[in-house]
Write a protein that binds this ligand. Structure first.
Ligand SMILES: [Zn+2]
Ligand SMILES: [Zn+2]
Length: 136
């Protein structure tokens, strides 16, 4: 017979174990945390507001309040990165294609060599209307 009891989780912040499986709440980007860590205040990196860790999240390396979390996720979705490989096509070809093969409704922001590769290129696109509203 299998044990149907859930696994005892450890707090992602302090390492304390929960007494009954499933009692630690989940914080996005952090993991399960105990209630005392959950009551700690964190400062939102975007709006500077202090919120309980329980109602915060970590996203793209930033502490965020829930409202800014929604905004950041939205922004992230509006950002597309396409990769090209210099092993299969020339740099000129990549630069040309990154422009002509832009996803519909997106504008090319930058083309650069990927940070940890010698032959992979990354083309970054942003949703066109965002770019326009920022420039106006
Ligand atoms: Zn804890
Ligand atoms: Zn915020």
């Amino acid at each position: 017979m299998q044990h149907s009891t859930g696994k005892i989780m450890k707090c992602a912040m302090c390492g304390k174990e929960e007494s009954t499986p499933g009692t630690f709440p989940m914080v996005i980007g952090v993991g399960r945390i105990c209630l005392s860590c959950g009551m700690e205040k964190v400062t939102c990196d975007v709006c500077g507001q202090e919120v309980k860790r329980l109602t915060s999240s970590r996203f793209q390396g930033k502490n965020l309040c829930l409202r800014d979390h929604m905004k950041e996720v939205e922004k992230y979705k509006q950002h597309i990165v396409k990769t090209f490989d210099e092993d299969s096509e020339s740099v000129e070809e990549i630069l040309h294609r990154s422009l002509t093969d832009a996803p519909l409704g997106y504008t090319l922001v930058t083309v650069k060599r990927a940070r940890n590769s010698m032959h992979v290129w990354e083309a970054e696109y942003e949703k066109s209307e965002i770019l326009q509203s920022r420039c106006s």
